[in-house]
Design a protein around this ligand. Structure first.
Ligand code: SAM
Length: 285
């Protein structure tokens, strides 16, 4: 990684168009829709979502926070009315789409700034790989990505996506638990992407994974991860209705896991809803 490469990452994202929430919509969410979703009896909400055949709810009930729910949140075309409502109006799906844009741009620029070629990117909890696929299509250097996920089905979808995007020769898929990352480091990564995964990992798991990565990552290599704040205002809804228990951590708390393992020079980029921040760290020792 060129020493100056991540000095001003704000300039990388200046032209990105994010989804935003105006003051009126924010007030409506705060005063009406969020209290309703958080406190209206969960059994009624579940019944209504089942009756409306919500694919997003079904995906979360089967695999809370899994890759299917991401695909539905990212997709422009949703089959069910309930999903149109949830994904268009819901703060988390909007913030997820913002995070995808932000993450892909950051990865593309980090790839371009890397000194090795091909640039090796390791994606932990990658799902089908939408974010890295976007980045591979946008970057100008030769890069290869290893996608690790616990779900086979995510990779079936991911192979189709890679074939359609022309990136099939650049990606490989490893099915496994990110906690076993030690056995997946045959190509020491120049960039590690941990987007959409830390919120499902305990402190102990995170410490273990970061320690394994730090053991093989060279000086100047980069790690990209995301924090999660309670700014979405619907944690109670996600826990009670979707069965989704996410761990909220600030960028500073995430830095607390990375710094002892030798990462520093942290940069933080926010998506405009304030739900996710992207944290970039560089291996300095
Ligand atoms: C919320 S999705 C994020 C997908 C992708 N990173 C994104 O941001 O679009 C979380 C992914 O992490 C995977 N996952 C969760 N726990 C895992 C673990 N312990 N090991 C490997 N993959 C895991 C899930 O299967 C799912 O595909």
């Amino acid at each position: 990684m060129k020493p100056e490469s991540i000095d001003a990452p704000e300039s990388w994202i200046a032209d990105l168009e994010f989804e935003k929430c105006g003051p009126l919509r924010r007030a409506l969410k705060k005063c009406i829709t969020n209290p309703f979703s958080n406190y209206f009896p969960a059994a009624f909400q579940k019944t209504a979502l089942r009756f409306m055949r919500s694919e997003l709810a079904e995906a979360n009930w089967t695999d809370p926070g899994g890759w299917r729910s991401m695909v539905i949140s990212y997709d422009r075309h949703r089959h069910r009315f309930a999903d149109k409502l949830l994904c268009t109006l819901g703060t988390i799906p909007m913030a997820l789409r913002n995070r995808r844009k932000l993450g892909a741009r950051v990865l593309a620029r980090l790839i371009d700034a890397s000194e090795s070629e091909p640039v090796e990117v390791l994606c932990l909890g990658a799902g089908p790989g939408q974010i890295i696929t976007d980045a591979l299509r946008e970057c100008h250097r030769k890069a290869r990505a290893t996608l690790v996920d616990i779900s086979d089905a995510a990779f079936d979808y991911g192979r189709t996506l890679a074939a359609r995007s022309g990136t099939a020769s650049q990606v490989r898929f490893i099915k496994g638990d990110v906690c076993d990352v030690k056995g997946m480091l045959d190509r020491p990564p120049d960039i590690v992407k941990m987007l959409g995964i830390c919120e499902y990992l305990t402190d102990e798991q995170l410490t273990h994974i970061v320690g394994c990565l730090a053991g093989v990552m060279g000086r100047g290599s980069a790690i990209v991860t995301n924090s999660l704040s309670l700014a979405h205002g619907t944690d109670r809804f996600f826990r009670r209705v979707f069965g989704l228990h996410m761990i909220h951590r600030t960028p500073e708390e995430l830095q607390g896991f990375l710094a002892p393992a030798g990462f520093s020079d942290f940069k933080v980029l926010a998506e405009p809803l304030g739900v996710y921040h992207i944290l970039i760290g560089r291996k300095v020792r």
